[in-house]
Design a protein around this ligand. Structure first.
Ligand SMILES: O=C(O)CCC(=O)C(=O)O
Length: 240
């Protein structure tokens, strides 16, 4: 498991998150999105850029949302990053003494540009080393090439951390930064069923494409760092 992870930069654990928890997370997402319950304090609900600019009118409020950030503030959503088997797997990869960071619910609505350009998560993190940081991403729907599954470039975590910028696209979602001029020929599409979970290295190049269906494409994610990581920005404010 660990060997495969450090060789390819990711591993997939099928069915790691039980059906019941997946259903609870989806229900909670719907309740917060539709205003049935208020988002927890500190949680951010981010709309797709075309929706926020009034260029697209979403079918429901959920169809206008691209992300919910800091979802650990929500007592139901928090159950994801507290889930024992998920923590066990993360510990196996980066050691015990985990700190969890921004956890997110990632929605990719239809009929808008919800692409996530190829990028490396490491650029968002002010601490190192990279191998002590793992991303964890779980499908909450059946996620295929058609609705925008994750794309990874195996082995790319062993290369440099590239400069990132907004892609040259008409509609750019806030902080969806990407790399340019990288060789994408070896990329793989990771299709997943609800509950399937991918653990990925913080320096791996990854992203996702359009949702070409009429349904939501939901996933939930969290990053863990080993508590012994060093702060490389030495207390400076995050520059992004
Ligand atoms: O959910 C997705 O489509 C991609 C998410 C992602 O790459 C990220 O949050 O770093």
């Amino acid at each position: 498991m660990k060997e495969e992870y450090f060789e390819n930069g990711y591993i997939v654990r099928r069915g790691l998150i039980p059906e019941k928890l997946v259903a609870e997370l989806n229900e909670r997402f719907a309740d917060v999105a539709e205003g049935v319950i208020e988002p927890a304090p500190n949680m951010q609900v981010v709309r797709n850029v075309e929706v926020a600019r009034g260029l697209v009118t979403p079918k429901t409020r959920a169809h206008g949302i691209s992300k919910m950030n800091f979802i650990q503030a929500d007592p139901v959503m928090r159950a994801y990053s507290d889930y024992g088997p998920l923590l066990d797997q993360a510990e196996e990869l980066i050691g015990s003494d985990l700190i969890s960071m921004n956890s997110m619910l990632l929605n990719k609505p239809p009929r808008v540009d919800g692409r996530h350009p190829l990028h490396q998560d490491l650029i968002y993190f002010p601490f190192r080393p990279a191998e002590s940081i793992v991303g964890v991403w779980t499908a909450l729907d059946s996620i295929t090439r058609e609705n925008g599954c994750l794309v990874m470039i195996p082995g790319s975590h062993k290369g440099e951390t590239h400069a990132h910028d907004y892609p040259d696209w008409e509609h750019k979602n806030h902080l969806f930064l990407g790399v340019k001029d990288v060789d994408t020929s070896g990329r793989v599409h990771i299709e997943m069923e609800p509950g399937d979970t991918v653990f990925f290295h913080s320096n791996i190049i990854h992203g996702s494409g359009f949702n070409r269906t009429e349904d939501l494409r939901r996933a939930i994610a969290v990053h863990f760092a080993n508590a012994h990581c060093e702060d490389i920005w030495a207390g400076e404010k995050q520059k992004l």
